[in-house]
Design a protein around this ligand. Structure first.
Ligand SMILES: [Zn+2]
Length: 109
């Protein structure tokens, strides 16, 4: 759990599908609609960076543990360059992860 980053809990979700023997990870539609003023908009790709990282890295940037489910709400955080997507440090965690849920409750009191 990386608490020094600013975690965004804004309705981004990832979708899990099993295709034969393969687990397919895909982002759901960006809740902000990829608009330039939204927190997940990255100037380097002119699009939602959450969807970008899920499409590119699947679950590699995930830090949490939850039971498998088809549709998982995630929190996300980024550090690094707002201009160059290759210099972004991206993290996500399922909102329902018990450690994250406890931490979120403690900071939102
Ligand atoms: Zn987005």
């Amino acid at each position: 759990m990386i608490t020094e980053l600013k975690w965004n809990v804004d309705g981004h979700r990832l979708l899990l599908n099993i295709s034969k023997t393969e687990l397919v990870v895909a982002p759901n539609i960006c809740p902000h609609g990829n608009v330039p003023d939204s927190p997940c908009y990255h100037a380097g790709i002119e699009s939602c960076l959450v969807n970008y990282f899920i499409n590119t890295y699947g679950l590699e940037t995930n830090h949490g543990v939850v039971p498998a489910s088809e549709n998982i709400e995630i929190a996300w955080a980024m550090g690094g360059s707002p201009w160059d997507i290759d210099l972004v440090e991206f993290h996500m965690i399922p909102v329902a992860d018990p450690h994250f849920a406890d931490w979120l409750a403690s900071v939102s009191e």
